[in-house]
Design a protein. Structure first.
Ligand code: PLP
Length: 842
């Protein structure tokens, strides 16, 4: 095959060259020819776009070469199916991965432009809610960095997660118009569009060979158009593809309707088709049984499977080997309808018989479970499901029939077990249990932290564990150290590199070498200075944007994550009130100054979570303005928590709040990002906290609270929150402060729903954990006073966090589940960048 990249290209071609002069020329070209602007009339966004295109040009060699290599060599490929990809801004990440950060910074400076300013300009693609979507983003980063052939498949939502504003202390949601100024990182591929069917009915017929067939006669057909974004690995040539699908009407006009004169009817139909990928559902850890959401899931799954089949055909590979060519990972149950859709494609469109199709299907899929919360387990009513996907309903019934026969053989005369395990919940209105379909249709099932995987086997998926023990495994989550250390905390990254070289960036276990410097007082000083400087940066940001002054010498105590009762932001709030009460009672109390920072969005329909935001802001109003506090206590709710902002926040933390009720947080990944940046954790024995504590050492972790087992026991024994309220004076005082209207301008009703929920139910056991939590917080305050010891604990967190690189997670998936191999992509010498440019200037 002829190389797609001509060999005789000039070394410093304007489109690819990487010295300062060439970059400047390319930038001006793009400003002129793409943005159609000249400097005098350019906005900051024009400059950002011109730079983005300049950088994109320098990705293309690698991207196209990767595509060509994969096409030629046809390697086994990972298809990561996820309804969410919370990517964060691309520009900085691509500059870092290309090794062009500093040279581009210099080029921009020569124009009088600040790179930081331009980076700030990028509107991030918020195509996810929180941890699950961010995990998908970390995983495609690691896949590319580890040079593994992979495609990320998802949905190109026109509106991503809403922007959050705070008005009068309440969350207000603003639509996220992220595509308003165009997206320079994606390439639309209208020539690769596919069709997806919805609704209608099925018909059976027997062909001339006497074979039985089913045909799906849909009610409507929607077009799926792929939009591709290159995902370059860190200083590799492998640039994988993130392929997101947009829904469009099949023709811009329905000519039949048009000819009948129903012009508006046909336009309406077009807009209904496009509705499918209009907006991301903003729920995290809970699902809403909305038909449109189900249609979104099917839409992207069907496009993706058809796309994979098309690729195999283009490579002259037989579909009999589909499972050898693709390993498909289901990121939670959202894409699980893929099990039925692959069966349909093989049975109805490619004439496989059932057993052959089922054999291929069950060797293709692997399922990652992300939650134990019952409200998050997806189930679709049979009526709704059948009205959109009549053929898939038939297939699922057939899968279930055969599956239950298998269960009957393995566990004879066990009717309850059959009812529990059935893919169809028949206890009332009938539902499809998506997790059951995923378990039956996959060859591997994993949880996302050791405790979570154990609890799955013991509780939620216990029957499936007994049925198929060999399918179960654990892959503890990880996060990418490129974005969350090198890019977001260059001061720390540069200090580390100065001490141990730079290979830690792709081999995070090497951070262990930092332990050698634990008692090197110069290193400790520098390490401390880095933290202080980063805290000062955040303090400056807060002064500029919130007009609040915070003291960078105070302990920065940060809880940043989606707002949810199980994550217990209100437990944190109770501690703040407790500290406040203590100072009020004794204004000269010797307290360790603290700045409490919160960030996070609440699902728009989740009333209690929104009330928690209001409570935090109300406490902040009182505490920040009470002269008795003498600036020893500050509380700030930072609005619109997203990846861009996360990159600013994680590096600045002294203390990371990971205080979920034990047994509720599947893994958490925020906990890893904080710890990587030297924050100490105050946390429960939940999710990955347990494993973090194990590696950083229990003496470097602030542990409190009930264990998952104790939580269950307490509930079984008849938990009564009043017992705690009545017997704990500080707790009572804190709660009474709220109920008296002290934080609500005298209104005793404002927070009543929240207090009632705590006092009468308290399903997340805040009151039971309160005493243990405040005692632990008091230990934190004491520990922070011995700054040298604190710094050593902080250094040990960084030094021992290697396990939580998403590179390790991906290696686990590769070895235990996917069985794929790396495939190195070669590009011509000239298009390789300088490298040696890891130390990002700031
Ligand atoms: C990491 C991350 C999360 C997940 O945080 P948890 O603390 O694990 O819930 C959510 N949102 C953003 C923007 C993140 O970067």
């Amino acid at each position: 095959m002829v190389s797609i990249v001509p060999n005789n290209i000039q070394i410093e071609d304007d489109r690819t060259g990487i010295n300062v002069e060439t970059l400047k020329r390319a930038f001006l070209d793009n400003l002129f020819y793409i943005q159609a602007k000249f400097p005098k009339i350019s906005t900051k966004n024009d400059y950002y776009m011109a730079l983005a295109y300049t950088v994109r040009d320098r990705l293309l060699n690698r991207w196209l070469q990767t595509t060509q290599t994969y096409l030629e060599k046809a390697p086994r490929t990972v298809a990561y199916l996820s309804a969410e990809f919370l990517m964060g801004p691309h520009l900085g990440n691509n500059l870092m991965n290309l090794g062009l950060y500093n040279v581009v910074k210099q080029a921009m400076e020569e124009f009088g432009l600040g790179l930081t300013d331009l980076l700030e300009q990028e509107e991030e693609p918020g195509l996810g809610n929180g941890g699950l979507g961010r995990l998908a983003a970390c995983y495609i980063d690691s896949l590319a960095t580890l040079e593994i052939p992979a495609i990320g498949y998802g949905i190109r939502y026109e509106y991503g997660i809403f922007d959050q504003e705070i008005k009068n202390g309440w969350q207000v949601e603003i639509t996220d118009k992220w595509l308003r100024y165009g997206n320079p990182w994606e390439v639309p591929r209208p020539e690769a569009e596919l069709e997806v069917k919805f609704g209608g009915h099925t018909e059976n017929y027997t062909d001339e060979h006497g074979r039985y067939h089913v045909q799906w006669i849909p009610f409507k057909v929607v077009k799926g158009v792929p939009y591709d974004t290159p995902i370059l690995g860190f200083q590799t040539n492998n640039a994988n593809t993130l392929r997101l699908w947009k829904a469009e009407a099949p023709e811009s006009f329905d000519f039949e309707a048009f000819n009948k004169g129903d012009y508006f009817g046909s336009v309406q139909e077009k807009s209904e088709c496009e509705n499918i990928t209009k907006v991301l559902y903003p729920n995290d850890d809970s699902y809403q049984g909305k038909q449109l959401r189900l249609e979104q899931q099917f839409f992207f799954v069907s496009c993706s499977l058809q796309d994979m089949i098309r690729m195999m055909k283009a490579q002259n590979l037989t579909l009999e080997r589909f499972h050898e060519h693709f390993a498909i990972q289901l990121n939670d149950t959202h894409p699980t309808i893929a099990v039925a859709e692959l069966m349909r494609l093989l049975l109805d469109e490619h004439q496989f018989d059932w057993d052959k199709a089922w054999n291929i299907t069950t060797k293709t899929f692997a399922y990652t479970n992300h939650t134990l919360l019952p409200e998050a387990l997806e189930r679709w009513s049979i009526n709704m499901f059948g009205s959109s996907f009549p053929r898939h309903l038939q297939i699922i019934y057939e899968i279930n029939l055969r599956f239950l026969d298998e269960v009957r053989i393995k566990f004879p005369d066990d009717g309850n077990r059959l009812r529990r395990m059935s893919i169809i919940d028949e206890s009332g209105e009938r539902y499809i249990r998506m997790a059951h379909l995923a378990c039956v249709g996959s060859f591997a099932i994993n949880g996302v932290a050791e405790l979570h995987s154990e609890l799955l086997k013991k509780t939620t998926l216990h029957d499936f564990y007994e049925m198929y023990p060999e399918k179960f495994t654990n892959v503890t989550n990880g996060v990418t150290p490129r974005r969350f250390m090198v890019l977001s905390n260059p001061r720390l990254a540069n200090l580390i590199t100065k001490k141990i070289g730079d290979s830690w960036v792709t081999n995070l276990d090497e951070l262990r070498k930092l332990e050698t410097f634990l008692y090197d007082s110069d290193f400790c000083k520098e390490f401390h200075q880095v933290k202080q400087d980063v805290k000062q940066d955040l303090a400056n940001y807060i002064r500029t944007n919130y007009n609040i002054t915070i003291d960078p010498n105070s302990l920065f105590d940060i809880q940043a994550k989606r707002i949810h009762e199980y994550k217990r932001q209100h437990l944190n709030a109770l501690y703040i009130i407790t500290l406040y009460n203590r100072i009020k009672a004794n204004p000269n109390l010797d307290v360790t100054p603290r700045t409490f920072l919160f960030g996070g969005k609440a699902a728009p329909g989740y009333y209690m979570a929104k009330l928690i935001i209001k409570l935090i802001n109300s406490i902040a109003d009182v505490v920040n303005h009470d002269p008795d506090m003498r600036d020893r206590l500050k509380v700030i709710f930072l609005k619109d928590y997203n990846v861009k902002f996360a990159q600013r926040v994680y590096p600045a933390a002294d203390l990371s709040e990971q205080i979920s009720t034990a047994g509720k947080e599947a893994s958490g990944t925020g906990n890893m990002k904080f710890s990587m940046n030297g924050a100490l954790t105050i946390g429960t024995l939940d999710g990955a906290n347990i494993e973090i504590r194990e590696v950083v050492g229990e003496e470097n972790f602030f542990l409190f609270g009930l264990t998952a087992e104790e939580v269950l026991q307490k509930k079984a024994a008849g938990y009564n929150p009043w017992d705690y309220y009545n017997s704990n004076p500080e707790l009572k005082l804190a709660i009474d402060r709220i109920s008296s209207g002290f934080f609500s301008h005298g209104d005793p009703n404002l927070f009543k729903p929240l207090l009632d929920s705590l006092l009468y139910r308290d399903q997340y056991l805040l009151l039971a954990d309160y005493q243990s939590y405040i005692e632990c917080q008091d230990r934190v305050s004491q520990a922070y006073r011995d700054r040298e010891q604190w710094i050593r604990m902080s250094i040990l967190n960084v030094a021992r966090i290697g396990k939580f690189s998403s590179d390790r997670s991906i290696r686990d998936y590769v070895q235990n589940i996917w069985k794929v191999s790396a495939l190195k992509v070669e590009v011509p010498e000239y298009s390789q960048s300088t490298n040696g440019d890891l130390k990002l200037s700031y």
